[in-house]
Design a protein around this ligand. Structure first.
Ligand code: 13P
Length: 340
C-alpha cells in the first residue's frame, strides 16, 4: 500500500469547493427514479442519462469524483468513448460502489447488514485497472422502536472496516459510509445519539482492522429529525449538532468528510452544509457526496427527452455550483432565487 498516494487521492476528493457526485444507483434504485419521470429504465437510457451528467462541463467543474455503479464503469458513451474517460476529461476521479446491498440481519428483526465482502479481493484490482481510484460501501442503520441494536451497529461497522482495509490494500481510497436513515418519527436528539454511537464503533473497527485514516473519506448523515417527526429543526441546530458529533468522533487524521443527502430537499442539503462550513475552524474539509440532492433537479427537467438535455445540464450545474459554494461556506439563499 502506498499511503502517500492514497492520501493524495483522498485530499483531491475533498479539495476546496469540490464535492462528489453519487451516480451509483443500483439497477433497482435508478428504475425507481426513472419511474418517477416516466422513463423506461433500459441499459441505453441509463447510459444516456449518466452521459448527460458527465458531459455537463459547468457542473463537473465542481465535482472531484463520481461514484459509479458496476454497469456504468464498463459502459461507453454513444460515440464510443468510455464513460470513465468522460469523467477524467472533466477533471474528476472515477469511483465505484462495491457493496452488494443489504440482507436481513439474523436475530435482529427489522435490521439489515451490508454484504459484498466475499469476492472483493478479486474485484478491486479490476476496478482499479478500469480507472477507479476510490470506492464506496454503504451501511444502513434504521431508527425505530427498540432499534438500532448494538449487534446491528457492530456488524455493519465491522463490514465497513473490512471493506476499507481491502480497498487500501488494492490502492483504492475507501469512502466509509455508515448511514443513519431519516425514516421514522424520532426527534433530532435521537438521531444525534444514534449517529454518535455508530461513528464511535465505526472508528473503533477501523482501528482494529488497521485502516489508515489518512487514506479514507468519511460519508456520514447529517444530524436531522426523522422525516415523520413533528418537531422540525433549524438549519443552525442541524449544523451545530452535526459538527459537535463529528468533532467528538472523527480523528483529525481523516482527510475529509463528504455528506450524503439522505432524502433532504435539494436546498436543505445545501443550506445545512453551508451552515456547518460557516461555523468554521474545523479539523477537516466538509463537503458533499450527494445523489438525490444533485440529481433530482436534472432528472425532473430531463424526462428522458433529447430536447431537454441542455436544460437538464443547466439544472445539474446549478446544484453543483450551489453545493460548491456551500462547501466553502459561501452560499446564500438569494442565489437560488436569482437562478430561478
Ligand atoms: P443521497 O445523497 O441520495 O443520500 O445518496 C448518496 C449516496 O451515495 C447514498 O449511498
Amino acid at each position: 500500500m502506498n499511503l502517500d498516494e492514497l492520501n493524495k487521492v483522498a485530499r483531491a476528493m475533498v479539495a476546496p469547493g469540490k464535492g462528489i457526485l453519487a451516480a451509483d444507483e443500483s439497477s433497482g434504485t435508478i428504475k425507481k427514479r426513472f419511474d418517477a419521470i416516466g422513463v423506461e429504465s433500459t441499459e441505453d437510457a441509463r447510459r444516456d442519462y449518466r452521459e448527460m451528467l458527465f458531459r455537463s462541463a459547468d457542473g463537473m467543474k465542481h465535482i472531484s469524483g463520481v461514484i459509479l455503479y458496476d454497469e456504468t464503469i464498463w459502459q461507453k458513451a454513444k460515440d464510443g468513448t468510455p464513460l470513465v474517460d468522460l469523467i477524467k476529461k472533466a477533471g474528476a476521479l472515477p469511483g465505484i460502489k462495491v457493496d452488494e446491498g443489504v440482507k436481513p440481519l439474523p436475530n435482529c428483526p427489522g435490521e439489515v447488514v451490508t454484504i459484498g465482502l466475499d469476492k472483493l479481493t478479486d474485484r478491486l484490482p479490476k476496478y482499479y485497472a478500469q480507472g477507479a481510484r476510490f470506492a464506496k460501501w454503504r451501511a444502513v442503520i434504521d431508527i425505530g422502536a427498540g432499534i438500532p441494536s448494538y449487534t446491528c451497529i457492530r456488524a455493519n461497522a465491522h463490514a465497513l472496516a473490512r471493506y476499507a482495509a481491502l480497498c487500501q490494500a488494492a490502492q483504492i481510497v475507501p469512502i466509509v459510509e455508515p448511514e443513519v436513515l431519516m425514516d421514522g418519527d424520532h426527534d433530532i436528539a435521537r438521531c444525534q445519539e444514534v449517529t454518535e454511537l455508530v461513528l464511535k464503533l465505526t472508528f473503533e473497527e477501523l482501528y482494529f482492522n488497521r485502516v489508515a485514516l489518512e487514506g479514507m473519506v468519511l460519508k456520514p448523515n447529517m444530524i436531522v429529525p426523522g422525516k415523520g417527526s413533528k418537531t422540525r429543526a433549524s438549519i443552525e441546530d442541524v449544523a451545530a449538532r452535526t459538527v459537535k458529533v463529528l468533532k467528538n468522533c472523527v480523528p483529525g487524521a481523516v482527510p475529509g468528510i463528504a455528506f450524503l443527502s439522505g432524502g433532504q430537499s435539494d436546498e436543505e442539503a445545501t443550506a445545512n452544509l453551508d451552515a456547518m462550513n460557516k461555523i468554521g475552524n474545523l479539523p477537516w474539509p466538509l463537503t458533499f457526496s450527494y445523489g438525490r440532492a444533485l440529481q433530482h433537479a436534472p432528472q425532473t427537467t430531463w424526462q428522458g427527452k433529447t430536447e431537454n438535455v441542455a436544460a437538464a445540464q443547466r439544472a445539474f450545474s446549478h446544484r453543483a455550483k450551489m453545493n460548491s459554494l456551500a462547501a466553502l461556506g459561501q452560499w446564500e439563499a438569494d442565489l437560488e432565487k436569482k437562478a430561478a
